[in-house]
Design a binder for this molecule. Structure first.
Ligand code: CMP
Length: 143
């Protein structure tokens, strides 16, 4: 089983889309191990977006992600990273297919609603950056 870090960004929280987004992953059959509303610190934001450090939009990325509450989550399932990324859709909302979260609800790249880990290594680093290990709840899903 694979774990991934997903985060409803400040625009998604402001627009009241937490429930809609969580519902999609629940209905897909993924298992929610952790979820919390939180304000990302400057330090956490810089760690989270480390691979974009040299990009011209880095400062605006940091100021946006720290501007208001996010909903941070850890989900688990078979191929959870690939599955959730395909459900999230392309980074650029104009390229995100209808039926994906960004395709259905996002317009701007800098306000693209949700983050999803792109690899197992990123997921491990991103989870450790936002959660204490004891915040992840392991349980049997009896359906
Ligand atoms: P995400 O994939 O969550 O992580 C990096 C974020 O940087 C991405 O979502 C976009 O919101 C943002 N981003 C990527 N490219 C650009 C860009 N060219 N200009 C502004 N923001 C960008």
């Amino acid at each position: 089983m694979e774990k991934t870090f997903l985060m409803v960004k400040p625009d998604g929280v402001q627009r009241g889309l937490i429930g809609e987004i969580v519902t999609r992953f629940e209905k897909k059959g993924l298992k929610l191990l952790a979820g919390k509303i939180m304000v990302v610190s400057e330090e956490q934001a810089k760690t989270h977006y480390i691979e974009h450090e040299s990009k011209p939009f880095f400062e605006s990325l940091i100021s946006y992600i720290t501007s208001g509450p996010v909903f941070a989550m850890v989900w688990e399932g078979k191929d959870a990273i690939t599955l959730t990324r395909s459900m999230i859709g392309a980074t650029k909302p104009t390229e995100a297919a209808p039926g994906t979260i960004r395709g259905d609800y996002a317009v701007e790249m800098s306000r693209n609603l949700i983050h999803g880990s792109d690899s197992a290594e990123s997921a491990e680093r991103e989870i450790a950056n936002m959660f204490d290990p004891n915040e992840l709840i392991q349980y049997e899903q009896v359906i």
